[in-house]
Design a protein around this ligand. Sequence first.
Ligand code: ZN
Length: 173
Amino acid sequence: MASVLLLNASYEPLDVITWKHALSLMLRECVVAACDDAIEIQSVSRVFPIPTVLRLRRYVNVPRRNAHWHRVGVLKRDRYTCAYCGRRPGDRQNGHILSKQDFTVDHIWPVSRGGKNTWGNTICACARCNQRKADRTPHEANMKLRWEPKTPRSNYLVASGEIPAAWKAYLEI
Ligand SMILES: [Zn+2]
């Protein structure tokens, strides 16, 4: 199903909507195109080009929600890159080519010591670094984090998966 990225008037991503919803917003003149890419929808008499990114004419006030924590979300947020050694799927480690399955979620403050499943306490790590760090903090293990874990916005994960190129300018991915 073709979908459209809906932006607020401020260009902040709001939602991923169906082309039908997009068409109704266009017909009501609530939105303007925010990219050149379009999905072509064929009706009986004509073709409607629907831009893959639309922007609301009027600003809507949306309270910020943080995305719900989940394991795969952490891996996607960190693009399957080990926060300790920087290796990614496709990189070599001990003669083995890493795949997504080799990446795990590391608890910065270990679970065994009360560390929680939160965006701020979890980060992507290769199995080897995760094992090496074990039940220690990065400081105790003398391992340095390459970046600070961030809490993604709710729309971040809605759009994860296959992302149309035209959306990328507006999403933190
Ligand atoms: Zn690693």
